[in-house]
Design a protein around this ligand. Structure first.
Ligand SMILES: *[C@@H]1O[C@H](CO)[C@@H](O)[C@H](O)[C@H]1NC(C)=O
Ligand SMILES: *[C@@H]1O[C@H](CO)[C@@H](O)[C@H](O)[C@H]1NC(C)=O
Ligand SMILES: *[C@@H]1O[C@H](CO)[C@@H](O)[C@H](O)[C@H]1NC(C)=O
Length: 504
């Protein structure tokens, strides 16, 4: 009984150290070798051969025929590629899982994402017989202790302390532990915040689709040492040309409020440079993002278009209200504010303005030009007194005869009667009465002539006012047409707009 108890205690103590013992054996210079003990059923020669073929096969070579021996060269070295034969390439399969799109910064041109890498490979030095190690068939080990693939993102950026762009040290993976199984299969899933540079094309903002490229490759090994593979490829090609995609786990993915993912493929490519005989491999992940158009349309495009359309109202406003110029300037200022808002969101583009920016500029030019015509119309309207002479023939023909018909305006006021003719007629009247009456008649005629003259001036003023009205109306149509054309041109020059609007 006591003997049994002691045995049990020994077993428990032993169990507590199983994992520790295994790690010590794996990392600290122990090596499995064939040992012909008395329990071993195999002959020395056969056993050695079978052991050479597969040291882990417990059926072929029972545990009683092997033992751990101390060997300084068997100490695990995390700098050594874990392959049995130096000329052998180590296969490393890679996968990328997108957890969240944190930010696509248009101004500084980078994409910040939260990702989880997945690397798996086989480490020939981390193999053991679970039955010899208390049944432990999986260990969890820190990445600093064993060899890890140096697959890094080629272009990555980090915002520095004062928002200045500085290039960061490359590896931002969180050093999460690696799981290794008794057959040497190792699985490493480090999460990382990846800041990759991304060329942002704002031409069709806010109806744009951006493609951000993340290129990963081994920093120090060529294909003949480290063979990168895509885990679960979508096509059958092995090696370069292999295709796959970025994984998205719906349970873990946090949806972006700004971007919809429309593409997420990746491709493995191999390049042969002139310098070196070996292939350099890289995996290129392409994340295609489409902007959700609803919000920017509501906050930027719609107010801008509507404000621009208000310019037509300045021509409908009666000149006597005295607000024409004020309204015009207010609209111009509003457009400048929208333009400023747009420029805060978009990077300064070297060659072209976003299409929406082109519309803003066109509208601003139209508004500025309408300012000129507004003031000209006001000047026409307020033509008074001495300036209100009879119009030149062609102006009269254009503004009072043709335009009202074209624009469906009520006809112009009657032209004033010519004074000189009437005077001539009246002068014909002979006065045969006495000279006192004649004197009174002359005085009266003077007064009535004066009044008629004033009347006549007024009548010309009316004509000028009417001309201003006609011009106002013509401008209203002209600028409405101009704005509509520039708006339609904007929409038509952005091929993705209809598609974007449809798919939302
Ligand atoms: C290593 O591999 C090469 C070719 O694959 C082979 O010729 C060589 O014999 C191997 N060496 C050992 C020690 O297994
Ligand atoms: C990586 O793991 C997958 C299964 O998850 C397996 O099919 C593949 O062979 C492994 N690749 C390597 C290089 O170990
Ligand atoms: C950041 O700005 C602070 C003051 O605003 C300055 O003292 C510091 O040196 C700056 N740091 C860098 C890295 O430029």
């Amino acid at each position: 009984m006591l003997f049994l108890k002691i045995l049990l205690l020994l077993k428990i103590v032993h169990c507590r150290y199983d994992e520790n013992l295994l790690l010590t054996r794996l990392l600290d210079g122990y090596r499995l070798e064939f040992h012909k003990s008395t329990d071993c059923p195999l002959t020395e020669e056969l056993g050695r051969t079978l052991f050479e073929l597969d040291p882990l096969n417990e059926q072929a070579v029972p545990n009683s025929c092997v033992r751990y021996v101390e060997d300084g060269f068997a100490k695990y070295n995390s700098m050594v590629r874990p392959v049995a034969n130096f000329s052998q390439a180590l296969d490393v399969a890679m996968e990328l899982t997108l957890l969240q799109i944190i930010e696509l910064n248009e101004r500084d041109q980078y994409l910040m994402t939260s990702m989880m890498y997945s690397f798996n490979w086989t480490d020939t030095y981390l193999t053991w017989r679970p039955s010899m190690n208390g049944g432990v068939d999986k260990i969890v080990i820190a990445p600093s202790k064993i060899w890890t693939p140096d697959i890094l993102l080629y272009q990555r950026f980090r915002l520095g302390v004062n928002n200045s762009l500085i290039q960061d040290g490359f590896d931002s993976k969180f050093a999460s532990n690696i799981e290794c199984y008794s057959n040497g299969a190792c699985l490493w899933l480090p999460p990382a915040i990846i800041q990759s540079s991304c060329e942002v094309d704002m031409t069709f903002f806010p109806f744009d689709t951006q493609e951000c490229v993340m290129k990963f490759g081994s920093w120090s090994y060529t294909k003949n040492y480290l063979n990168i593979m895509i885990n679960n490829p979508t096509n059958a090609i092995v090696g370069g040309g292999q295709k796959g995609e970025i994984l998205i786990d719906p349970a873990q993915y946090i949806k972006s409020t700004e971007w919809e993912i429309v593409g997420k493929e990746c491709m493995l490519s191999e390049t042969l440079y002139e310098c070196c005989p070996n292939y350099y491999q890289d995996i290129t992940y392409k994340l295609k993002l489409k902007r959700y158009v609803f919000y920017p349309t509501l906050t930027l495009v719609l107010p801008c278009v509507m404000t621009a359309m208000l310019i037509v109202l300045t021509f409908v406003l009666p000149p006597d209200a005295g607000e024409k110029v004020g309204l015009n300037i207010t609209i111009l200022l509003a457009m400048v504010v929208f333009m400023d808002q747009l420029s805060q969101q978009t990077p300064p583009m070297p060659s072209s303005l976003p299409v929406i920016g082109q519309f803003f500029v066109a509208s601003m030019i139209i508004i500025a030009v309408s300012m000129f015509s507004t003031i000209f119309c006001l000047k026409l309207h307020h033509t008074q007194g001495r300036e209100a002479r009879q119009m030149p023939k062609w102006v009269r023909f254009l503004l009072l005869d043709i335009m009202p018909i074209v624009l469906f305006i009520h006809p112009p006021p009657d032209p004033p009667v010519d004074l000189d003719e009437e005077n001539a007629k009246q002068d014909l009247i002979e006065f045969s009465g006495n000279s006192e009456f004649y004197f009174i008649y002359k005085e009266l005629k003077f007064i009535s002539d004066r009044m008629r003259e004033q009347d006549n001036d007024g009548s010309y003023e009316d004509e000028w006012k009417y001309a201003a009205l006609v011009l106002d109306r013509a401008c209203a149509w002209l600028f409405l047409g101009g704005l509509s054309i520039s708006f339609l041109a904007t929409i038509c020059s952005a091929p993705g707009i209809f598609y974007s609007i449809e798919s939302h």
